[in-house]
Design a protein around this ligand. Structure first.
Ligand SMILES: [Zn+2]
Length: 270
């Protein structure tokens, strides 16, 4: 596909996504204001939607404003406001999840008394939070995948010319990357997955939740070599593995699936 064609498709997708985000945020604001007193069982839900709608719109407007500014004090100040607003929004979103899910499922029938919440606002809040959580989850996977692709571009592979990138996600949410590093004495070559995990351990991480790996093969999803599977299992069997193609598409699998019946540290204690 031509680069210009690809970028115009990307711009159209961004415009459509922007319109959807604006519509959802305006609806949150409107529904929250309209039904402020219609959820006696959990009165925070309308307030939650009202506040998240308003603060998200304010943060979006500030981002547009930053784009019109050159570097300077004002730009720095506005960026700090955006970061603070987004941090607040994250905490507010998580609090909203507690309010919304704590009363699921409930009755939409006003005649049943205290179990009542207005149907539209409750369902809106429920789907807003559920889809929001999925998007946030997905955003982390996308970041992991994009970091492993960046790492592949730094591979040192003058002999095989087969660049590989890996990015490992720690339990604390940090992403550590690695690439293959070859050597004129071929046997000393280290794979990308092992570079990543060794860097992560050296930086003090011991628990991992996922790893993304990629190479230059376009037509199939390629997994880590056997040696790397063994090194990964040293730190637990519950690792999610994203096998990534150069175009950014990925297949989700797990270390358990890639290395069945493994030899692990647990066996040494028996
Ligand atoms: Zn390997």
């Amino acid at each position: 596909m031509e680069t210009s064609q690809r970028s115009s498709i990307l711009i159209s997708i961004i415009v459509v996504l922007n319109i959807i985000v604006w519509m959802v945020l305006m609806s949150a604001l409107g529904l929250g204001a309209m039904h402020l007193n219609d959820c006696p069982l959990q009165p925070y839900i309308p307030v939650y939607l009202l506040v998240i709608g308003a603060t998200s719109i304010a943060s979006l407007l500030l981002v547009y404003f930053i784009n019109t500014l050159g570097p300077g004090m004002l730009s720095l100040l506005t960026s700090s406001c955006v970061i603070l607003l987004q941090l607040f929004n994250l905490v507010w979103f998580l609090t909203g999840c507690v309010w919304v899910y704590s009363i699921f499922p409930l009755n939409y029938d006003a005649t049943t008394g205290e179990k009542y919440c207005q149907r539209t606002i409750y369902l809106f809040a429920f789907w807003f939070n559920s889809l929001g959580s999925i998007c946030m989850d997905n955003a982390q996977v996308r970041e992991l995948v994009s970091k492993c692709m960046q790492a592949r571009d730094r591979a040192y592979c003058p002999y095989s010319r087969f660049p590989v990138g890996a990015a490992i996600l720690t339990a604390g949410g940090a992403i550590i990357t690695g690439c293959n590093v070859e050597n004129a004495s071929y046997g000393l070559t280290v794979c990308a997955e092992r570079t990543a995990i060794q860097r992560a351990v050296a930086e003090g991480h011991r628990k991992f939740t996922a790893i993304a790996v990629t190479c230059d093969i376009r037509d199939s999803f390629v997994g880590p070599c056997g040696a790397c599977r063994q090194v990964l299992i040293e730190f637990g069997t519950d690792l999610v593995v994203y096998l990534t193609k150069p175009d950014g598409s990925y297949k989700e699998t797990s270390l358990k699936e890639l290395l069945p019946l493994p030899f692990s540290p647990a066996h040494l204690g028996k």
